[in-house]
Design a protein around this ligand. Structure first.
Ligand code: PGA
Length: 251
């Protein structure tokens, strides 16, 4: 039996009430594809999550969020906690996206606590890692990413309850995709490290992200150790996103 693949749309700070139409198009496309091996999720901005859920049939798309605080409540103006997300039916949450790490100074330790908060509240955390261009050019890509993995995954996490997304920072939103050899090398290195930490490391889906689109999805998703994609820009167009989903399903 093949392992589930995941295609997750990260809408970032995009969308408005009319984006419920986009979500509905994605949902009906997913129903039409009759997926057997692929799970699909969307992570809209917080303000749209409940509204979009109310406009969907439900059960076909994982309801996602883009971040959560590591505490349950308190004096943290502007933050949203994992329990708040779980109470409205959110199922997956991104933690440690490179834009959070860069814009909000999130360290591996904070990401680790966020992932733990997600687990504590029954959410599936998608733990994001990735090197900058400087780190890649100085030959530190693999050590950087393995260090992020080492420190961002909660100690008590179970393999079946986490997802990892490798997103080279220089490939996000730039149209530049990591080459197949770079993706293969990084995903193999991540899997090897996971095997030292988890008995069942093969159960952990390893997603690739960074300028995945309808044209390049099949070639990326066919690579060994690539179990799906985290998709930004192309998740905002239903036809493109559905083409990526088909590519994952037909891997
Ligand atoms: P992109 O974003 O597909 O627009 O490059 C990916 C991401 O940031 O998750």
């Amino acid at each position: 039996m093949s392992k589930n693949k995941y295609v997750i749309g990260n809408w970032k700070m995009n969308g408005d009430l009319s984006s419920a139409n986009l979500a509905q198009e994605i949902e009906s496309g997913v129903i039409g594809l009759n997926l057997q091996n692929t799970k699909v999720g969307i992570c809209p901005p917080y303000t749209l999550i409940g509204y979009i859920q109310s406009k969907l049939i439900g059960g076909n798309l994982l309801s996602g969020a883009q971040d959560c605080h590591f505490l349950s409540n308190g004096a943290h103006t502007g933050d949203i906690s994992a329990i708040m997300l779980s109470q409205i039916g959110v199922q997956i949450v991104l933690v440690g996206h490179s834009e959070r790490r860069a814009d909000h100074g999130e360290s591996n330790e904070i990401v680790n606590k966020k992932a733990q908060a997600a687990l504590d509240n029954g959410l599936l955390p998608i733990i994001c890692v990735g090197e900058t261009l400087e780190q890649r050019e100085s030959g530190a890509a693999i050590s950087t990413v393995l260090g992020q993995i080492e420190n961002s995954i909660p100690k008590a996490a179970e393999a079946e309850k986490i997802i990892i997304a490798y997103e080279p920072v220089w490939a996000i939103g730039t149209g530049k995709v990591a080459g197949p050899d770079d993706i293969l090398e990084m995903h193999a290195a991540i899997r090897k490290l996971l095997k030292t930490k988890f008995e069942n490391a093969d159960a952990i889906p390893l997603l690739y992200g960074g300028s995945v689109n309808a044209s390049n999805a099949a070639s990326i998703l066919h690579l060994a150790n690539v179990d799906g994609a985290l998709v930004g820009g192309a998740s905002l167009k239903s036809a493109d996103f559905l083409a990526i989903i088909s590519a994952a399903e037909n891997k």
